[in-house]
Design a protein around this ligand. Structure first.
Ligand SMILES: [Zn+2]
Length: 190
């Protein structure tokens, strides 16, 4: 009686649930923040990630630690106000060898309204009583991991700001190309 024999077989023991390791939270090892290109990563002794990134210009580099809040894009030693790749790499390596901060969560991508307000604040900070002050997108380098937007998005937002609040920002389009320059408006006298 084959059927009886089969029915008497002990039920197979339930297979143990596969043990999945808890995923380690994202510390920046594979993070590709919007609007910048990560060109190098360094690890601190406690596995925080130090990024070297460039925001499209290619020759300007910024170092940002995802453990502590160290960021730099300047190079006082060499006398430029930007970091070439080899200087950025040296700064990142030096920081990584001394930083003791544990990894923090990577910065969340803010919503559009938040970034628009951050850009408005950034523009406003350039205003002075002397004259309209030209502002360059490169001045945003240190903030790129905070705002996480492409250059195109940033430029479109600034141009809209100039339309909405011409008392704060004006734009000027080159006669020779489509390149747009940005000027923070002079503060009113007195
Ligand atoms: Zn650090």
């Amino acid at each position: 009686m084959a059927l009886t024999l089969f029915s008497r077989r002990p039920a197979p023991a339930p297979a143990p649930a596969p043990v999945e390791p808890e995923p380690w939270f994202e510390t920046g090892e594979t993070w590709t923040p919007e609007g910048v290109t990560v060109v190098e990563r360094y690890w601190t002794q406690v596995h925080a990630v130090v990024l070297v990134y460039t925001a499209a210009q290619g020759y300007r580099h910024t170092v940002a630690c995802l453990g502590c809040h160290f960021r730099t894009s300047a190079n006082r030693r060499a006398g430029y106000d930007w970091l070439q790749l080899e200087d950025a790499a040296a700064a990142a390596n030096e920081h990584a060898s001394s930083c003791r901060a544990v990894p923090r969560d990577i910065p969340a991508r803010p919503d559009d309204d938040t970034v628009r307000e951050q850009l408005r604040t950034w523009v406003t900070a350039f205003r002075n009583r002397g004259a309209d002050e030209q502002i360059h997108l490169e001045s945003l380098d240190l903030l790129r991991l905070t705002i996480q937007r492409t250059n195109d998005w940033i430029e479109a937002t600034l141009q809209q700001l100039a339309v909405d609040q011409p008392e704060i920002l004006r734009t000027q389009t080159s006669e020779h190309s489509d390149r747009v320059s940005y000027y923070a408006r002079r503060l009113p006298q007195g």
